[in-house]
Design a protein around this ligand. Sequence first.
Ligand code: FES
Length: 154
Amino acid sequence: MPQIPETIHELTVGQLSARSGAAVSALHFYESKGLITSRRTSGNQRRYGRDILRRVAFIRAAQRVGIPLATIRDALAELPEERTPTNEDWARLSAAWRTELDERIKQLGRLRDHLTDCIGCGCLSLETCVLSNPDDVIGERMTGSRLLPERRGA
Ligand code: FES
């Protein structure tokens, strides 16, 4: 990764992209979602403070473990004066997200087990295939397409 001299206090979007490893489009997306901010030059170009590098690292690390952007944004918004996350912030938040991640891993394990039943089957039955209709609440009470209007004369 390219080093940026300490004397440079603001980065262009290209420098931020090169240093953080995030695509320019991703940085624009983060900004549109309020995760990072920039100031505009007189020529309407974006400039990012150096601390945004750490913020982007925080966002990308959280995304890698599957934390939704909305959750990341909420976590960043909770920091006083929207400051850059410190080591302690990351330690605290990553510990809290660990529980969420464990639950997601359990759910994925269950899905994997169900998928094993589907391999080589192909029925996609609404009655027997857990993956084709996992939240079939009505199916617990009745079968068939009971929500469709009765055909006249059928
Ligand atoms: S496709 Fe037959 S059980 Fe899922």
